[in-house]
Design a protein around this ligand. Structure first.
Ligand SMILES: Cc1cc2nc3c(=O)[nH]c(=O)nc-3n(C[C@H](O)[C@H](O)[C@H](O)COP(=O)(O)OP(=O)(O)OC[C@H]3O[C@@H](n4cnc5c(N)ncnc54)[C@H](O)[C@@H]3O)c2cc1C
Length: 488
């Protein structure tokens, strides 16, 4: 039995069903796919298992043992052939360096994007999940949507996992596992209390940009069964985001024009806006640590919240949110866009009317509307516009090609949030993807975990590797669950 039907759940189900087993997928949401179906689709597919094992160990900073790294790496190099064997074609590979240098091994892991449909479409998560879903359905796997797992059933003596209590249409349901329970129920990126407990983001307002159904339920379930946890403090930060009231997930902000800056409540810039703060924990800049001990500033957090300020040129250039991954590619990234939660207007006018974007005839008026210090904003925009004229930003070294002035009224502003791609924490796994006990590290019998639910990625994340992990750990979980003897 598999809990959670995203990428990892799909691959675990395929592995079981192709080996002749019976897989049941319990899914909490009314839709399948989780964050896997709304992600960007970048998937590192390394080819050298030995180097990859070392890379995993290095990035884990000692938290992932050699055997787990080795098995993961050896399965990782299988994933491209795994897809090809099942009819996928791959687009061109990019050799992208990871964000943490090579740490002793080459960091040129090709990023594969799946082709789908007619002709060549650089795939995003939606295409990738549709491909997996097609195989799952062809194999006749039973899928139960709107069926959240609530707790594990465990033998009090042997600690063996016997099955799951789930809920379906308001009714409690006991589902017995003949071989094992495989938990692939995502992270806790949509659970504010767990974020506060484990990530402790201090002043940052953080919201998922993936499925709002990943609320860490499974983590509590495995804790109750005695599981150890790992990587709970590791989060994959997204770009700067915008979360409308009443929506569960955040958009990624990506204005089409360049005449915009980020400012804090004093109207001061605090970052190089031409860099994306993803992957490499560079959101730390919002904490604005004082250079020297300064008790008065310590508690102030002047950059939280922060604001994107832009002008009429940018408003007219197109939606200020991410609408296409790259030119011509479908906009199916982030939950709100992929699930078409709301149709953002082409010129941002509907969002101005809703009050999501504030509008004003002057910078001072905009500042007053947004709670920014007016004089600070005017000075900052004046300085920034001069940098645009000279072609060089001496303060934050924003890339010269992106230096476009904020000089065409009316002016606009949105309050920004940190968007979360995913959390990495959850139950600690061994090389067989078994969940291990907090007491002695032994495997909890018949309990497996895959995907971002207790990810192998610890403090450092190499980029484009959570999706790959869905495939790798889905295969490992499926194989080992199938190897379990049937329960009497
Ligand atoms: C916008 C965005 C872009 C991204 N881009 C990339 C990228 O390019 N490359 C990359 O490697 N990673 C990327 N990621 C991260 C990656 O998509 C995820 O980490 C990965 O897909 C998680 O897969 P999963 O199968 O573990 O979880 P999910 O796909 O999220 O599936 C978990 C499922 O479990 C269900 N569930 C939760 N609780 C329960 C319960 N109690 N009972 C039953 N079901 C439950 C959820 O509803 C969900 O459907 C991106 C993420 C986002 C949001």
């Amino acid at each position: 039995m598999i809990v959670g039907y995203g990428g990892a759940g799909a691959v675990a189900a395929i592995t079981v069903a192709e080996a002749g087993g019976r897989a049941i997928l319990l899914e909490k949401a009314p839709e399948a796919g989780g964050s896997s179906a709304v992600c960007s689709g970048g998937m590192r597919c390394p080819t050298d298992a030995r180097q990859t094992a070392q890379y995993i160990k290095n990035l884990g900073l000692g938290t992932v043992d050699a055997e787990t790294s080795r098995v993961f790496a050896e399965t990782w190099v299988e994933i491209k052939p795994w897809f090809v064997k099942r009819g996928a074609r791959f687009g061109e590979s990019k050799r992208e360096p990871g964000p943490y240098g090579n740490m002793g091994v080459p960091d040129e892991f090709p990023v594969m994007t799946l082709e789908s449909g007619e002709g060549y479409v650089r795939g995003c998560g939606r295409d990738l999940f549709a491909f997996l879903d097609g195989i799952v359905k062809k194999l006749g796997v039973e899928i139960m949507l709107r069926t959240p797992a609530k707790r594990l059933v465990q033998d009090p003596v042997t600690k063996e996992i016997l099955g799951v209590i789930a809920e379906s249409h308001g009714t409690s349901l006991a589902v017995r596992a003949k071989k094992a329970v495989v938990m692939t129920c995502g992270g806790f990126e949509a659970n504010p209390d767990m974020l506060a407990t484990y990530i402790n983001p201090a002043p940052a307002r953080m919201y998922t940009s993936g499925t709002p159904y990943n609320t860490g339920d499974g983590i509590k379930m495995v804790m109750a069964a005695g599981a150890d946890l790992w990587h709970m403090d590791t989060i994959e930060w997204g770009t700067q985001g915008f979360k409308p009231d009443g929506m569960a997930a955040a958009y990624w902000l990506q204005p089409k024009g360049q005449g915009w800056i980020d400012v804090n409540r004093y109207g001061r810039r605090f970052r190089d806006e031409s860099t994306s703060p993803r992957h490499a924990k560079s959101h730390l800049e919002i904490f604005d640590f004082p250079a020297a001990p300064d008790a008065s500033r310590d508690a102030e957090w002047p950059n939280s919240p922060w604001y994107m300020v832009f002008d009429e040129k940018v408003r007219q250039a197109g939606p200020i949110i991410l609408t296409e991954r790259f030119q011509g590619a479908p906009p199916f990234i982030t939950y709100n866009s992929a699930r078409e939660v709301y149709a953002w207007s082409r010129d941002n006018s509907a969002e101005i009317q809703k009050g999501w974007i504030k509008e004003a005839g002057s910078l001072a008026e905009l500042a007053a509307k947004m709670g920014i210090a007016p004089a600070g904003l005017e000075k900052t925009v004046g300085d920034y516009n001069r940098y645009c004229s000279s072609g060089s930003d001496p303060e934050y070294r924003r890339k010269p090609g992106t230096l476009a002035p904020v000089d065409a009224p009316p002016y606009y502003g949105v309050e920004c949030v940190v968007s979360i791609v995913n959390t990495q924490g959850g139950p600690k796994r061994n090389a067989r993807s078994q969940v291990v006990s907090a007491l002695d590290g032994s495997p909890i019998p018949r309990l497996y975990a895959g995907g971002e639910f207790g990810s192998i990625w610890g403090f450092l994340y190499p980029g484009a590797s959570n999706l790959a992990e869905c495939i790798v750990s889905g295969i490992i979980c499926g194989r080992n669950a199938m190897a379990e003897k049937n329960r009497e």
